[in-house]
Design a protein around this ligand. Structure first.
Ligand code: AMP
Ligand code: TRP
Length: 323
């Protein structure tokens, strides 16, 4: 695997879609970077009273996944090169291409009160990645379009100034790249969905996880079949269980085909608890140990800074800025 960067926003609580689409793919290797993108979260309802605590919660979760030993786990706003690089890349990105971003269309376009930050969101994301000479970016399917834009911006920069950044690519899981809502299996599971029953949070206690999975909207009929068109609810649960257990969807479907929805949902719930329970407990333990967490984040900050400053200087030199 090439060098990896991924980022998560410390807004809203993380859910099992974030785990399956993104976190699960993260591995602890040197030259890999995992970032709490607090500056991105300023584009949505910034809350000064909780931002820092949420950033630390998320950092604790990354450490609980085993990251931050060989890899760097750090907080975006602690590495100033990200904001400086954002300006340089904003001068390469085109208004037309940013206007085409689905996320911007949904959240902000045609609303004069939307922040410029929301428009520039993918440029900050480009800065995150291009500073670290990254080849692979593990993300969920909803980030595919942003990654295509970032590749275009990187190639444009290279064609204007000589090969000065690595052109990254998205790594999106074939199974689980898009986890759907438990209450509406045609919608993506989302941090911003106000219905708590729509998602399993990575902080949920075991009993609540079981309750949410058992209440998940399923389809008419009673056979457990993988058919995302005819049976989106059951298929969503099948894919979740398959990814989390490491067994193929077909094995799960065969095993529960005629058992009925009740026993199937119980088995899925048990599987989710088996993966999320220990992760949740470990994240809580780490969060209560500020010394350990602080040490890992400081180490991550230093390593990130060193690499980011190098790449930023190279880009500035190529652009002709006096250093
Ligand atoms: P966000 O919640 O927007 O900060 O997303 C963090 C990571 O989780 C990104 O890589 C997203 O692509 C991924 N992600 C978010 N929602 C889902 C979902 N419903 N299914 C799969 N991946 C997701
Ligand atoms: N935009 C990503 C999301 O909403 C978060 C993010 C910011 C990111 N910078 C990144 C993901 C760099 C991967 C790489 O999920």
């Amino acid at each position: 695997m090439g060098r990896v960067f991924s980022g998560l926003q410390p807004t809203g609580e993380l859910h099992i879609g974030n785990y399956i689409g993104a976190l699960r793919q993260f591995t602890d290797q040197s030259g890999h970077y995992y970032c709490v993108v607090d500056l991105h979260s300023l584009t949505v309802e910034p809350d000064p009273a909780t931002l820092e605590a949420r950033s630390l919660d998320l950092a604790a979760l990354l450490v609980a996944l085993g990251l931050g030993r060989k890899s760097a786990v750090f907080i975006q706003s602690q590495v100033p090169a990200h904001t400086e690089m954002t300006w340089l890349l904003a001068c390469e990105a085109r208004i037309g291409e940013l206007n085409r971003m689905t996320q911007f269309k949904v959240k902000g376009r045609n609303r004069p009160q939307s922040s410029v930050g929301l428009f520039l969101y993918p440029v900050l994301m480009a800065a995150d990645i291009l500073l670290y000479d990254i080849e692979e970016v593990p993300v969920g399917d909803d980030q595919r379009q942003h990654l295509e834009l970032i590749r275009d911006v990187a190639m444009r920069l290279n064609s204007h100034y000589g090969d000065v950044v690595v052109v990254p690519r998205a790594v999106i899981p074939t199974l689980g790249g898009r986890v759907f809502s438990l209450t509406d299996p045609l919608q993506k599971m989302s941090k911003s969905d106000p219905d708590p029953m729509s998602k399993v949070l990575l902080t949920d206690p075991d009993e609540l996880i079981v309750r949410k999975i058992k209440a998940a909207v399923t389809d008419s009929g009673r056979e457990v079949l993988h058919d995302p068109v005819a049976k989106p609810g059951i298929s969503n649960l099948l894919e979740m269980a398959a990814v989390l257990s490491g067994e193929p969807v077909t094995v799960w479907a065969e095993r529960y085909r005629s058992a009925g929805y009740g026993p199937f949902k119980q088995a899925v719930a048990d599987q989710v608890v088996a993966v999320i329970g220990p992760l949740r407990d470990e994240a809580q333990r780490i969060r209560k140990d500020p010394a350990e967490l602080g040490r890992i984040l400081e180490d991550g900050r230093l390593r990130a800074r060193e690499q980011a400053d190098l790449r930023l200087s190279a880009v500035k030199r190529a652009i002709g800025l006096h250093l």
